[in-house]
Design a binder for this molecule. Structure first.
Ligand code: F6P
Length: 340
């Protein structure tokens, strides 16, 4: 059997750990040939692939990014599904393991409907994929953001400033919620709940009165009540997503204007996606890779491996991509106790 692997969408720490597990178990247990398609769905569309042997996956467990490259190519946008079919037939590839988030796995689901053998592996720092408790990459991103908050707190206190920390999270505020809780933020703002600037200002002032410097963690997709998302640019990717960014700077200026206190904004941006994965993410990614091999071996097409509690299970790709997993109200309300 010849199995292709690809990584699509925004990269995240742990992708290489999945690739390594698929190659190791695929070759050592099943005697498969494994090929890596480069740059997400662009690889199968253009036929850009490389063989993946045991030597190719030595020393990649701890490496961030993806040795295969990634892209946000959408084969359904430019009718290139037949090109994928042609590549798989020319290269003798029987099945694909697609490692990605909502967009990459949404394509995987459609390809399965169109008769192509695909098994999915969930990844995203945003942790917003439904049907899995966690995606790998999230734990690493939360660690990076928490460390940044810890560092920003000491300088904020020295200068008696408010510090607004903008984290990633387009539609879901998981990184903001977890890093904000772990870092003891005084305000956490998530895309799921439009925020009142008046209320933020009240919390900030209360914090200054207590002689502390307020830390406000805001997800890039958070919106002020009655307002709109702050866009970095009007540009859209192949899946129609706009680039977000800038709400942190906007909020820091509002806080400075309304309180008369100095405020600064820091955008953590892609630092959250780079570098080595945490031990938790390495283990989760490795387990996902091992279980994806089992699904391929059993011909369980259209499934995605998922974490439920401490078990790895299989769910339908259709279930996993039907809706995003956003922060529920009760989880947000837990954090509100610490606001102000
Ligand atoms: O989907 C993961 C993510 O990191 C989002 O949190 C963020 O909005 C987006 O990707 C950024 O994408 P890009 O790397 O294309 O700027």
């Amino acid at each position: 059997m010849r199995v292709g692997v690809l990584t699509g969408g925004g990269d995240c720490p742990g992708l290489n750990a999945v690739i390594r597990a698929v190659v190791r178990k695929g070759i050592e247990k099943h005697g498969w040939d494994v090929v890596g398609f480069r740059n997400g769905w662009a690889g199968p569309v253009t036929g850009d692939s490389r063989p993946l042997g045991l030597n190719d996956v030595e020393d990649i467990l701890a490496r961030g990014g993806t040795i295969l490259g990634s892209s946000r190519t959408n084969p359904y946008k430019d009718d290139s599904v037949d090109k994928i079919r042609a590549t798989l037939s020319e290269q003798g590839v029987d099945a694909l393991v697609a490692i990605g988030g909502e967009d990459t796995l949404g394509v995987a689901k459609r390809l399965v409907d169109d008769g192509i053998n695909v098994v999915g592996v969930p990844k995203t720092i945003d942790n917003d994929l439904d049907a899995t408790d966690y995606t790998f990459g999230f734990d690493t991103a939360v660690h990076i953001a928490t460390e940044a908050i810890d560092r920003l707190r000491t300088t904020a206190e020295s200068h008696h400033r408010a510090l607004v920390v903008e984290v990633m999270g387009r539609h879901a505020g998981w990184i903001a919620l977890h890093s904000g809780l772990a870092g003891g933020a005084n305000v956490i703002l998530v895309p799921e709940r439009p925020f009142s600037v008046d209320k933020v200002v009240e919390w900030v002032l209360r914090r200054f009165e207590a002689e502390y410097a307020p830390i406000i963690v805001v997800a890039e997709g958070a919106v002020p009540e009655g307002g709109k998302e702050v866009l970095h640019s009007g540009e859209r990717d192949a899946f129609g997503h706009v680039r977000l960014g800038g709400v942190g700077q906007w909020l820091a200026e509002e806080i400075a204007d309304r309180t008369g206190k100095e405020s600064r904004a820091v955008v953590l941006g892609h630092t959250q996606r780079g570098g080595t994965p945490t031990a938790y993410d390495r283990v989760l990614a490795t387990r996902f890779g091992l279980h994806a091999v089992d699904a391929v071996a059993e011909g369980d097409w259209g499934t995605m491996v998922a974490l439920r509690g401490t078990d790895i299970v299989r769910v339908k790709l259709s279930e996993a991509t039907a809706k995003l997993k956003t922060v529920p109200l009760d989880r947000y309300q837990e954090a509100e106790v610490f606001f102000g």
